[in-house]
Design a protein around this ligand. Structure first.
Ligand code: PSU
Ligand code: MN
Length: 344
């Protein structure tokens, strides 16, 4: 399917539906609860560089109305760099790949939106509902893959939480990367997670993890796996990517072999937007204490901690968050363009 995918969307459907992924195929176009927008459909048929975007970052990561301006600016950035955005989420009980501007506005403004990871689809789709929800990285990967999109850019990956040895809190994003062939590009993992264990888990899951060198010389100093708000983490990245061409070649080779696990490319926050590590560490400690006291566990943990950090840093974390997502989306668009070049 890999080498033929670009030819036409109709062909994509045929190949996928006759492949051993027949069941997954049925979940997509034969499901009344799955819809690809006309723009994304067209881009797929023309093998244009499409970049998937998640929506939990809007529904549970950013406050309103900043989430709306972020949502539209990310789409604009992808377009101005020559790509096609595919924002993914659940609107009116339908899993959507690609949204019109009014639909995007409706999703990010929804009251009490659901946070949807792999486990939640059956409870969110259809059921005669008007359910709206943001899809996490895990759920977004599933829908992107069903649509035939390989590159997905966002802010920060979920991970193994500190203290996971007793809580077992490991984000479904990690297992998804182990089972769904999509390349996720983000600024590493938030520093409130356990980075070394997150990398161990990704290794076990067979996920290729690499960090963009971004001007650094890997031979000289090594390159850290970034910690979201800071470029350095003290944890070395398993692999290093020179640039977008390098990244696209890895995607081409990995998926070209038919591997069903994903790739994770970390893009360090732009230097000028990174926050001082000491201040972030203090903010994180305080946020984690609050989360513990409030008993924020399960799906509520990450949104709660992010919210507290925002409070403690007086929104500086939010500005940094915005800057890094924008940088990731630009990086993702360039990777998607290089990938299209390799495929044609
Ligand atoms: N990182 C952010 N903002 C977010 C998230 C991560 O800076 O909104 C979201 C992403 O959608 C990610 C999810 O997939 O949190 C992970 O949640 P959990 O830790 O519950 O698996
Ligand atoms: Mn969790």
């Amino acid at each position: 399917p890999w080498t033929h995918r670009g030819r036409s969307f109709g062909l994509v459907c045929n190949i996928l539906s006759t492949s051993h992924h027949g069941f997954r195929r049925k979940l997509s176009t034969q499901s009344p609860f799955f819809k690809i927008s006309p723009e994304v459909q067209q881009a797929l048929s023309e093998n244009r560089p499409i970049v998937a975007l998640e929506s939990t970052i809007y529904t549970h990561g950013f406050p309103h109305p900043q989430n709306l301006s972020l949502a539209s600016s990310l789409e604009t950035l992808i377009r101005t760099h020559g790509g096609v955005p595919a924002t993914i989420g659940i609107l009116d009980g339908i899993a959507r790949v690609g949204l019109s501007s009014p639909e995007l506005e409706r999703l990010v403004s929804a009251l009490n939106p659901l946070k949807i990871s792999r486990r939640d689809f059956g409870f969110a789709l259809g059921r005669g509902s008007r359910r709206n929800g943001g899809t996490t990285i895990s759920a977004t990967m599933i829908l992107a893959h069903l649509a035939g999109i390989k590159v997905f850019a966002t802010g920060g990956l979920g991970g193994v939480h500190r203290g996971a040895e007793s809580t077992w809190d490991v984000s479904a994003d990690l297992t998804e990367l182990g089972r769904t062939p999509v390349c996720v590009i983000s600024s590493g993992c938030k520093a409130f997670l356990d980075l070394p264990r997150t990398l161990e888990y990704l290794e076990t899951q067979g996920v290729g993890v690499a960090t963009f060198a971004d001007g650094r010389d890997p031979a000289a100093s090594g390159v850290d796996f970034p910690a979201f708000w800071t470029r350095e983490s003290g944890v070395p990245s398993p692999k290093v990517l020179r640039d977008e061409v390098d990244g696209a070649e890895v995607i081409y080779a990995h998926f070209g072999l038919g591997l069903q696990s994903g790739l994770f490319f970390a893009n360090p926050i732009p230097e000028e937007h990174s926050l001082p590590k000491e201040a972030m560490d203090a903010a994180i400690d305080e946020a984690l204490r609050h989360a513990d006291a409030a008993g924020a566990v399960g799906a509520a943990a990450t949104p709660f901690i992010l919210d507290k950090i925002r409070e403690v840093t007086g929104s500086r974390s939010l500005e940094a968050n915005r800057a890094l997502v924008e940088a990731n989306v630009v990086r993702g668009t360039k990777v998607a363009m290089e990938l299209v070049r390799l495929e044609s």
